[in-house]
Design a protein around this ligand. Structure first.
Ligand code: ADP
Length: 370
């Protein structure tokens, strides 16, 4: 009978190879340094890289047998080898807004096409559908969400949560709202430049108590800028919705916007296009449609960019008036309200479809070992 000491155990374990590598489990660093020997009882741990290593059980058995043979049989090892797995590194995706399921950017190439109108109506409809919704008005050049929600005079208060002082979003129509407009005069907003604006926006995201949300909507500034890049690179954005009018100049800018989002630097999926101001129907001639900004532009761009057209919104006086009055029209029992609610249903379906597709892609990648 050999006397037992750790070196002997190590020599025994050097006989155990990890299948397919040609290396033994000692040189692979799989044997925990802490080998305990109490009389004839030996115990230690094997360290695996992955929690579901396919050879875990068979290697434990092989290690037991190797030790029994090497030490001459009289040894208490069965059941004494435990397994550990290396700490899995945290996924690279940021942990910001970890309780938020979907972060959706709403963007446009040009200003004035109705991006904030769409954001406001989408937010209140999603909230009415029972989702938990946050809306960040990041439109540094014309923050209009406070007016559209009738909360221009609101000022968010700070609350100590744990160790941190966090801003409490203003709640209206079931939506948690923060706007850059709460903190700057509309006249001053234009002079804000890149880094300053990005930092202010980051604070509205990181230093606010958004809590658990199903949808966090970001009403982005129009165009493509550093602010867009910073925001989409800081946050794990689920997708972007592009708002455009059917007018050629708006479509050209929308195309630029889409190309930025799907480009190498940003890589955010485009969930779809919304064509606003698609036509005008006068109240007294409800059958008539006047295509003031051109016809079918949204559909053409959607086909060209291979993205769905999520909806068309006509020019309707009540959309403008209700925006000014601080009550988004989607809350009204009108034809326009119903059309906007339909658009929100399309939107939810598109987000769910994207999430399912990306889950399926991830599963395939895992299977391929990517
Ligand atoms: P953006 O956010 O793209 O700058 P807004 O949503 O602020 O655009 O819209 C600009 C103006 O046009 C607002 O006064 C808004 O009420 C009005 N508006 C937007 N969409 C419509 C529409 N479909 N019908 C009538 N007025 C609209």
């Amino acid at each position: 009978m050999n006397s037992l000491y750790p070196k002997l155990i190590i020599e025994a374990l050097e006989k155990v190879r990890y299948p397919g590598t040609g290396k033994n489990i000692v040189e692979m660093g799989m044997v925990d340094d802490n080998i305990r020997i109490e009389g004839r009882r030996v115990s230690f741990s094997l360290i695996f890289n992955r929690p579901r290593d396919p050879f875990m059980k068979s290697l434990v058995k092989s290690a037991e047998s190797a030790i029994l043979i090497y030490a001459g049989g009289d040894i208490d090892i069965k059941g004494n080898i435990s397994v550990k797995t290396k700490e899995q590194p945290k996924p690279a995706a940021n942990n910001l807004l970890s309780e938020v399921k979907n972060i959706i950017a709403i963007a446009s190439g040009k200003g004035g096409v109705g991006k904030s109108t769409v954001s406001a109506n989408l937010a209140v409809t999603l909230a009415a559908m029972g989702y938990r919704v946050g809306l960040l008005d990041a439109d540094i050049f014309g923050p209009s969400i406070p007016k559209m929600f009738g909360i221009e005079d609101a000022r968010p208060v700070m609350k100590k949560i744990g160790e941190r002082d966090l801003m409490l979003p203003i709640e209206k129509y079931g939506v948690k709202v923060l706007s850059i407009g709460f903190f700057v005069n509309p006249e001053d907003a234009l002079v804000w430049r890149g880094a300053m604006a990005s930092n202010a926006l980051k604070q509205l995201i990181t230093d606010a108590d958004w809590g658990a949300l199903d949808y966090f909507l970001l009403d982005l500034p129009p165009g493509t800028s550093d602010i867009h890049l910073t925001l989409v690179q800081t946050l794990a954005v689920t997708g972007v919705v592009i708002v455009t009018t059917p007018q050629d100049v708006a479509l050209a800018d929308a195309r630029k916007g889409i190309n930025m989002f799907i480009g190498e630097k940003v890589r955010v999926p485009v969930l779809g296009l919304i064509e606003n101001m698609a036509w005008f129907t006068p109240a007294e001639l409800p059958e008539n449609r006047y295509y003031i900004f051109g016809r079918g532009g949204g559909q053409r761009l959607a086909e060209e960019m291979k993205t769905p057209l999520l909806g068309q919104i006509p020019i309707v006086q009540s959309i403008c008036e209700s925006g000014d009055a601080g009550v988004p029209v989607a809350l009204s029992e009108t034809f326009t309200g119903e059309a906007l609610r339909q658009l929100s249903v399309q939107f939810v379906e598109q987000v769910q479809f994207r999430n399912e597709t990306s889950e399926a892609t991830k599963r395939v990648e895992v299977r391929k070992g990517m």
